[in-house]
Design a protein around this ligand. Structure first.
Ligand code: SAM
Length: 278
């Protein structure tokens, strides 16, 4: 899968491209990531890429010509004939639709993605209209530039590209993951003591030592009873979601048993978020 990033700060990405999963994905040839300096597409000797806003007001706006030429240099199909199953030009914007794990799953199926990073007050809206397939926001806050957002989208998406993580199961069985029903039934998944989250948060994880500063690992995890482990993990995932992200419960895929457990939780625990309590 290819990622092209248009930015006035190409060096911003050198750190993330040379570490961890992303570095390995690039080295293995499964991913390619190119940064493109917007200033290379400027038309004057000062390499100007911004100008004052029509209508007045604060700040500067990224000019359309350099952005248009930078996007055109990537040789994506023109917007109206672009195959949405293959390529997408994405504008990073606080005004965009919220980027979620489900967006990442969708994007990971494409061949090429271009990420256009805004700066200052944003980009001339005609660039959005003429070239971009969608605007994405990584959350309800305003960043000073699209680079961090592009890095987040790149990271969350590339790890879902088949082969990049090595073990496909690690991305299926985690927070915001698909339900068991949506996972392959060919036995390629992990042991059934694990559970597809169905839109819940992940359950808590433990490793050695069995006791740390007076806290023991929950006994059930060493019991060897896969059914009990599976049930314990599901209950902890439900509890964590209920405490930290109750909004997710509205769309999560819940069984009758899950719903019953949530009722018990509501009746026995107060709704005060307490990180680390579950
Ligand atoms: N005037 C814009 C507004 O109020 O929506 C904010 C512009 S912001 C200072 C500069 C650039 O940062 C944006 O053009 C966009 O590329 C990026 N940006 C800021 N917040 C973002 C977010 N939550 N998600 C994605 N990109 C963001």
């Amino acid at each position: 899968m290819r990622f092209d990033i248009i930015t006035i700060f190409p060096d911003f990405f050198s750190g993330i491209l040379t570490h961890g999963v992303l570095r390995r994905g690039i080295a293995s040839g499964l991913l390619s990531v190119e940064t493109h300096n917007l200033r290379d597409f400027a038309h004057d000797r000062h390499r100007t890429v911004d100008d004052r806003p029509f209508g007045g007001g604060e700040g500067m706006v990224l000019k359309p010509e350099p952005l248009a030429e930078a996007i055109e240099s990537l040789k994506f199909a023109p917007k109206d004939s672009r195959d949405p199953q293959k390529e997408s030009v994405i504008l990073l914007s606080a005004q965009g639709a919220r980027f979620t794990q489900s967006t990442a799953r969708e994007l990971a199926k494409l061949d090429c993605i271009a990420l256009v990073c805004g700066r200052y007050e944003g980009v001339d809206e005609r660039v959005n209209e003429l070239f971009c397939d969608r605007e994405l926001s990584i959350g309800d806050y305003v960043l000073s530039g699209g680079e961090l957002a592009a890095a987040v989208i790149l990271d969350a998406t590339m790890r879902l590209v088949p082969g990049v993580l090595g073990n496909e199961a690690s991305s299926a069985y985690e927070s915001f993951g698909p339900s068991d029903a949506a996972l392959p039934e060919d036995g390629s998944g992990p042991p059934r003591s694990t559970h597809g989250s169905g839109g819940l948060l992940d359950y808590p994880h433990y490793t050695r030592p069995a006791e740390f500063r007076g806290l023991a690992v929950p006994e059930v995890l060493s019991s060897g009873n896969h059914d009990q482990v599976r049930r314990w993990r599901r209950e902890r995932a439900l509890e964590k979601t209920w405490r930290n992200r109750p909004d997710l419960l509205e769309t999560a895929e819940l069984t009758a048993e899950d719903k019953k457990y949530l009722e018990t939780l509501k009746n026995t625990l107060t709704k005060t978020p307490s990180p680390g309590a579950v």
